[in-house]
Ligand binder design. Structure first.
Ligand code: FAD
Length: 524
């Protein structure tokens, strides 16, 4: 029987990201992906600034930027329109540039298959990761470890593998989730959705009135808050579109060209490349782990692509689980560390689903019910203008944090959530905002692979206490010293303990109790 440390089922974006995270930390893993090549459907396209930080740490940022299909000069902004795409009312939407200062990188946009190709290329550089593309995980079970049966997709090959841990990154129909006995809670919106990929040069010309925009959300009163969504796949030719369609719609019995024309409010040439369907629902696993089996990405949570949260949430799962698995396998991560994966990531998804995705459907539904430019133009225009402020608020408020985590020192009684506020202050449980260093570059350039202590204007004996405690605990701790000036004072603490995933674990002025701080953050 073959043996590895971590078996990863599924090599979509999340499985690939996890394998890189583990492989860079020297963990031996086997990634099994049933498709030989990335599938040519342009799904998860909007990559947030936070996701691009992962790509930086995965040494694939420049490659991803080079793979984008819409030139940077053109722009990757979004907009919301009322009635039809070319109607009288529209405003900018998901303006991620509003929170740019809080991240070390800029956001990107490219088709998921192009992202996967970049990740596959990076993975090929990591010697401790073995990949089996064109193979499926058929069965997985656990005892003292994990055992899996793999089958070649278009051939007779079969293998049995043993691993210390298994992770299902195998999408919304996850085999690992099912065989681990992890149940899901679903909220069914009872909507059949169509996904169309098509070519049209005339649509590009029609949209020249909205320069710099790459995705377009159309609100139509008849759809009760569900969206008609156009997105560029490249500049000028290829598009995708999704929208609710009547129950029972098939490829054969529906006029999709007409649907596109009605949603746009104009006629244009259309050549279809793909027509597919899915049921709109929100599904969340009731646990993200069972024993030695974990789930991440769409295997743990799936939802409509409203707001572009799916792939980004999945990458954060990978970053969160990756360093924890590595820490445990390297011997310095304690037993509570792996439990904290569920404790941190599940509440964040539940909040993403209710506070952002489902809320936006409900808010749009209410707006469309209460306001109509034909009935009351002035009232409609006033409320339409107010919505623009809300669109800004949504970007600022989406700030996933682990304030309630057992392995960070968040405020007592607080809960982990996707809802927060971007701040420069270093707050336990929150993502660290980058600041410049006197020696050049930013704090992000100096972060270690393990934990990092930022000591900005801190007393030397305080720093020494952390250094000695880390040695006693046997955990990796990089130390970055500098003055508390030039932006670094914005952390509002001279000592900031940063986790390997760039979240703040503890921030303070001074402490005698460095040992117990480090024990808690490493899950001992
Ligand atoms: C139309 C559309 C638009 C979207 N837009 C956005 C967006 O703008 N932003 C965003 O963040 N998200 C978006 N999403 C969501 C995003 O595509 C998903 O969240 C993302 O694909 C999740 O990645 P994953 O790796 O978890 O799962 P998947 O992409 O589903 O990958 C799972 C992989 O596992 C493999 N697999 C499954 N079972 C097995 C098995 N038994 N053995 C081996 N391999 C297996 C599959 O072949 C697949 O490659 C969109 C989705 C859709 C449908």
């Amino acid at each position: 029987m073959e043996e590895t440390q971590v078996l990863i089922s599924g090599g979509g974006p999340v499985g690939l990201g996890l394998a890189i995270e583990l492989g860079q930390r020297g963990v031996r893993c086997l990634l099994v992906e049933r498709h030989a090549q990335p599938q040519p459907i342009p799904k998860g396209q909007n990559l947030t600034q936070r996701t691009m930080e992962h790509f930086r740490f995965w040494h694939a940022e420049a490659q991803l930027q080079a793979a984008r299909t819409v030139p940077k000069e053109y722009g990757i902004g979004g907009m919301t329109a009322y009635g039809t795409l070319l109607g009288n009312y529209h405003y900018d939407w998901l303006q991620r540039e509003l929170v740019k200062a809080f991240y070390a990188t800029d956001n990107e946009r490219l088709p998921q298959y192009a992202t996967e190709a970049v990740l596959r290329a990076r993975l090929a550089e990591l010697p401790c990761v073995q990949t089996l593309f064109g193979w499926s995980v058929e069965m997985v079970r656990q005892g003292g470890g994990v055992e899996a049966v793999l089958a070649e997709r278009s051939g007779p090959g079969r293998r049995t593998v043993s691993a210390q841990y298994g992770v299902g990154c195998d999408g919304s129909h996850s085999v690992v989730r099912e065989q681990a006995g992890i149940t899901e809670t679903k909220s069914d919106h009872d909507r059949l959705m169509v996904l169309l990929v098509f070519q049209s040069e005339q649509l590009h010309r029609l949209l020249s009135r909205y320069p710099g925009k790459s995705f377009y959300n159309v609100l139509h009163p008849s759809l009760e808050g569900y969206w008609q969504f156009f997105g560029r796949v490249d500049l000028g030719t290829t598009w995708f579109f999704h929208a609710p369609v009547p129950p029972g719609t098939t490829r054969e019995n529906f006029d999709f060209r007409r649907l596109l024309h009605t949603a746009a409010g104009a006629e244009f040439d259309v050549e279809f490349q793909y027509i597919g369907f899915w049921d709109l629902r929100v599904a969340a696993a009731d646990h993200y782990a069972a024993g030695r089996l974990f789930i991440a990405g769409d295997a743990a949570h799936s939802h409509p692509p409203y707001g572009g949260y799916g792939i980004n949430t999945g990458f954060e799962d990978a970053a969160n689980l990756g360093w924890k698995l590595a820490a445990v396998l390297q011997g310095w991560g304690g037993p509570a560390l792996l439990d904290s994966y569920d404790a941190e990531r599940r509440p964040v998804f539940l909040s993403t689903a209710t506070d952002f995705i489902e809320r936006s459907i409900a808010v749009d539904r209410e707006f469309l019910r209460d306001h109509d430019p034909v009935r009351d133009r002035e009232g409609f225009e006033r409320h339409w203008a107010e919505r623009q402020t809300g669109a800004k608020g949504e970007v600022n408020a989406f700030e996933p944090n682990y304030e309630g985590s057992p392995v960070v020192f968040g405020p007592s009684g607080s809960r982990s959530s996707a809802k927060g506020a971007h701040q420069f202050k270093a707050r336990a449980g929150h993502h660290l905002a980058p600041q410049p260093l006197s020696r050049g570059g930013t704090v992000f350039d100096a972060l270690g692979e393990g934990f990092t202590l930022l000591a900005f204007g801190a007393a030397e004996h305080q720093v020494a206490r952390f250094r000695e405690a880390a040695e006693r605990e046997g955990m990796p701790l990089a130390i970055v010293t500098d003055t508390q000036a030039d932006g670094r004072e914005r952390y509002e603490a001279p000592l900031v303990l940063v986790r390997p995933d760039q979240f703040v674990a503890w921030a303070g002025t001074n402490t005698d109790d460095t040992g117990s701080i480090l024990r808690r953050v490493r899950g001992a």
